[in-house]
Write a protein that binds this ligand. Structure first.
Ligand SMILES: Cc1cc2nc3c(=O)[nH]c(=O)nc-3n(C[C@H](O)[C@H](O)[C@H](O)COP(=O)(O)OP(=O)(O)OC[C@H]3O[C@@H](n4cnc5c(N)ncnc54)[C@H](O)[C@@H]3O)c2cc1C
Length: 638
């Protein structure tokens, strides 16, 4: 199998314009003839549904929450990047593009990333027009702050609630279309499978989460906007509901899963506090604009009150190791540096797994009210969780799983290798390479939904005139039957071990063997253990209740069953990629000073995995990454 990424010809900065000038589009009077299924109504899905609905397509939009407003996007705190150069500090489309490519350790596609940088400015205009209350400077202009991996201030924010405000903007645009009748919303409805007719994605199988009814929906194209899979690790900063089911089940129907091992571990989270914790909390990266990260220089100081540790006994390790970016070094690098300090016995707090994020200098420089104005809600959240006042005592932070750069493989049109199946937002693999820079996920989700798919979907739909599928086609009933059998199989096990206990064991194993650092021995061990755990699951899991009612154990069991297969794919990908790049750090491949060591000659490609049937090893299809404009170099933030 070969992959055609459909990158337009021509110079990098003209590709998107020339694509738009020549794209196949559907005439206004024909748009209403097409029905598009959109799964997910977070930023990517809501933006796509609102825009395509406004254009005149008929949209059916599905989510498992009770309202699109509760999508995980609402949790995003810090901000959204855009190359507006409001600060006049040297930003440009090219600089945002270059920072993103370099941030991803030269493992993303140039053309997609350049397009993302190009449309970033449109996103801000669109959101302002919707009334999103971005922070403003005294004079009324939109304010910016800095995020990791950039030396300019290009991050637009709404205090520590940027995702919430952006989602409310997208939600109201979506609701306007619901009111107009162009979008029909299906909340509390979980997609459990993809229906293929003659090899094209033509529908989905869903379960009504209140009544348990399992039904099918037919459409002319399917868009998956179902978010990331960070919860495979059990503990993460993601909302508890985030899962891999939609993308993994599409994978089992033939969609290639690209770079599943690329996971982002965020350096600034509240450390784990106990064995039975089920969720981790992010302290936004924006805090590193003003907070300084440090660990004690001497092990003996770790138990002391931080204010009793004098300045010269503190190791501001990011400022020391990466003087040009300092506390704003990218996430993968900052996370590894925190781990290194803790592995060295210099961690603070319970279990020695924490470092300090200290605001005392910033408070002296700007005053407490100024810091409160910028980050007040984050300080409150920290105090609610830890009982500590971070204005008086440095925050304790430690890395945690946060985002997944891997996802279903898509071409320039955001279409997977299954014709008709498009994938947007965190669910696809496309723009972030091996490490995502802060504030670029919101940018990508909204770019995909508001500005990319509305232009690219015509390429597929224009081939579908007169090919509407009959919802009575046997493929629908057959897929529905398979879903029902699987659901019943879970209910019939009637074992004695909880779904959560399997999830926790899998998560700990992955954190240990496929987390911040990976090696051949650990990954091989995980690849032996995961199939055993999966077998135990299918023999001993306890799923109480029935399928014909609200049954959260059943919902979780289905998702954990997918994680138990997907975790193996992650480890296989991590084992196969014999190099370190971005968040994928193979201990065997590092520079003498402990930085990631890439092997471009062998691994400058996207690893897209093909499902080969239950119990069989997945096979890899490679998409070579060709850099025509940038010259891949060793990533340095020193
Ligand atoms: C705590 C936190 C803070 C963050 N802060 C930032 C930030 O400041 N800046 C930034 O750029 N990024 C940030 N991120 C990342 C960013 O929030 C996400 O990557 C982004 O919001 C994902 O948007 P999405 O639309 O792709 O998916 P989501 O918002 O996760 O939406 C997924 C949608 O899919 C639906 N869905 C999923 N599976 C199914 C199914 N099987 N059936 C039906 N529906 C389904 C869900 O119901 C939901 O509607 C943060 C992430 C976290 C965890």
């Amino acid at each position: 199998m070969t992959l055609d990424s459909k990158i337009p010809a021509g110079p990098l900065d003209k590709k998107w314009t020339s694509f738009k000038n020549t794209a196949k589009i559907i005439a206004p009077n024909n748009k209403r003839k097409f029905e598009i299924i959109i799964v997910g109504s977070g930023l990517a899905g809501a933006a796509a549904a609102a825009t395509l609905g406004e254009q005149g397509f008929n949209i059916k939009c599905f989510c498992y929450q009770d309202s699109p407003r509760r999508a995980h996007s609402i949790a995003a705190q810090g901000g959204i990047n855009a190359a507006k150069n409001y600060q006049n500090d040297g930003d440009s489309t090219f600089r945002l593009f270059y920072d993103t490519i370099k941030g991803g350790d030269f493992r993303a596609r140039e053309a997609n990333v350049y397009r993302l940088a190009e449309v970033s400015a449109n996103i801000i205009d669109q959101c302002v027009a919707q009334g999103v209350p971005f922070a403003r400077e005294y004079g009324g202009l939109l304010a910016n702050r800095s995020f990791g991996g950039a030396q300019v201030s290009r991050t637009f924010y709404a205090r520590g609630q940027t995702g919430q405000q952006l989602l409310l903007g997208a939600y109201q645009a979506l609701e306007a279309q619901v009111a107009r009748g162009s979008v029909k919303m299906f909340p509390r409805t979980e997609m459990l499978d993809l229906v293929l007719v003659d090899g094209h994605a033509k529908g989905i199988v869903v379960r009504d989460m209140i009544t348990g009814e399992i039904t099918t929906h037919a459409g002319d194209a399917v868009l998956l906007c179902t978010g990331g899979y960070g919860n495979v690790f059990y503990l993460s900063t993601n909302a508890k509901g985030c899962n891999v089911t939609a993308t993994y089940r599409a994978h089992k129907r033939g969609a290639l899963f690209a770079n599943p091992c690329y996971t982002q571990i965020h350096p600034t989270c509240i450390p784990v506090s106990g064995d039975y914790q089920s969720k981790l909390t992010l302290m936004s990266e924006s805090l590193r604009n003003d907070g300084r990260v440090w660990a004690p220089k001497r092990k003996e100081d770790c138990g002391k009150n931080p204010s009793d540790i004098p300045e010269d006994a503190r190791d501001y390790y990011l400022e020391r190791k990466y003087p040009s970016y300092g506390n704003l070094a990218p996430r993968d690098i900052s996370s590894r540096a925190a781990k290194e300090a803790c592995d060295d016995g210099r961690g603070v707090g319970p279990g020695g797994r924490g470092v300090y994020l200290d605001f005392s200098d910033a408070i002296k420089r700007f005053s407490q009210p100024v810091i409160e104005e910028k980050y007040g809600n984050l300080f409150e959240m920290y105090e609610n969780i830890t009982g500590e006042d971070a204005y008086k005592r440095p925050m304790r932070i430690y890395p945690a799983v946060h985002y997944t750069m891997g996802g279903l493989w898509v071409d320039y049109n955001l279409m997977s290798n299954i014709p008709g199946l498009h994938v947007l937002g965190e669910a696809n693999f496309s723009d972030h390479g091996a490490n995502r820079l802060g504030a670029s996920a919101l940018m990508q989700g909204l770019a995909d939904g508001y500005f990319v798919i509305p232009y690219t979907i015509g390429d597929y739909l224009s081939t579908q005139f007169g090919k509407k599928v009959d919802p009575k086609h046997p493929a629908f009933e057959e897929t529905r039957r398979e879903v029902m059998e699987r659901t019943q199989r879970l209910l019939n096990i009637k074992g004695n071990r909880s779904v959560d206990s399997f999830h926790r064991e899998l998560g700990l194993l992955l954190w240990d063997k496929c987390g911040m650092a990976r090696d051949k021995a650990g990954l091989t061990e995980a690849l032996e253990r995961i199939p055993q755990l999966r077998e135990e699951f299918w023999k001993t899991v306890s799923v109480p209740g029935s399928g014909a009612e609200l049954n959260q154990s059943l919902e979780k069991a289905g998702r954990v069953a997918d994680f138990l297969e997907f975790g193996e794919l992650m480890c296989l990908d991590a084992l196969t990629r014999e190099e370190s790049c971005g968040g994928h750090f193979r201990s065997e491949h590092q520079t003498p000073d402990g930085e990631a060591l890439r092997h471009d000659e062998d691994y400058m490609h996207v690893a897209a995995w093909k499902y080969e049937g239950a119990g069989n090893k997945a096979t890899v299809v490679k998409e070579p990454l060709v850099y025509e404009t940038v010259k891949p170099a060793t990533r340095s933030y020193k």
